[in-house]
Write a protein of this length. Structure first.
Length: 195
């Protein structure tokens, strides 16, 4: 084989083999979500205990929500939404949001997760970030969302000081195959110490 033919054959071989190599590497590194990758908090959390203290008893309300999962290169994601229609006293808004915040933080703690940040308030919503094992996660407690026409759901008109709202909570987790990566701040500090 002449050098000219060899120089032509090498790029052609690379062009032919590159997609195959990329496919094999992608398959080897892709992590598909499984229930075993979910934290106990994600699997078990429901806000009923916190809501029951504020629920007007003659209206049971309704619940909705869902779960989802995704695959990624070296990680998998899980999402859980919890939506609950709720009849409460209007002046309990702040207390209800505080109770939900405490309930989520307490449940994270009892399931072995560590809360690493918490932001927000009862007007804008509350967001907690946590780490548990090989997972990082966020819980978003959205601001209470008024139901515009509660009369279509209730068998009676709203009483004085009563309000129908949606309570909406979203939990998002990312499970990392090789463990939770270090934050950029910790990586840069570590590199400065090693230099």
């Amino acid at each position: 084989m002449t050098i000219r033919r060899l120089l032509l054959a090498i790029p052609l071989a690379i062009l032919f083999l590159a997609p195959i190599v990329l496919f094999v590497v992608d398959r080897a590194l892709t992590v598909y979500a499984t229930p075993e990758m979910q934290t106990r908090f994600l699997r078990d959390y429901a806000p009923d205990g916190a809501l029951d203290k504020f629920r007007i008893s003659d209206y049971p309300g309704s619940t909705a929500g869902g779960i989802g999962a995704g695959a990624g290169l070296g990680f998998a994601t899980h999402v859980k939404t919890l939506d609950q229609e709720f009849l409460m006293r209007s002046d309990d808004r702040t207390a209800l949001m505080a109770a939900l915040d405490r309930d989520v933080a307490s449940r994270l703690d009892t399931t072995g997760a560590k809360v690493i940040s918490e932001t927000g308030n009862d007007t804008d919503g509350i967001r907690l970030s946590y780490v548990a094992g090989k997972s990082t996660g966020t819980v978003t407690i959205k601001p209470l969302d008024p139901i515009l026409d509660p009369g279509q759901y209730l068998l009676r008109p709203l009483g004085a000081g009563e309000e129908a709202v949606w309570v909406r909570i979203r939990i998002e987790e990312t499970w990392f195959k090789s463990g939770v990566p270090m934050s950029p701040a910790k990586v840069s500090l570590l590199s400065r110490l090693l230099l």
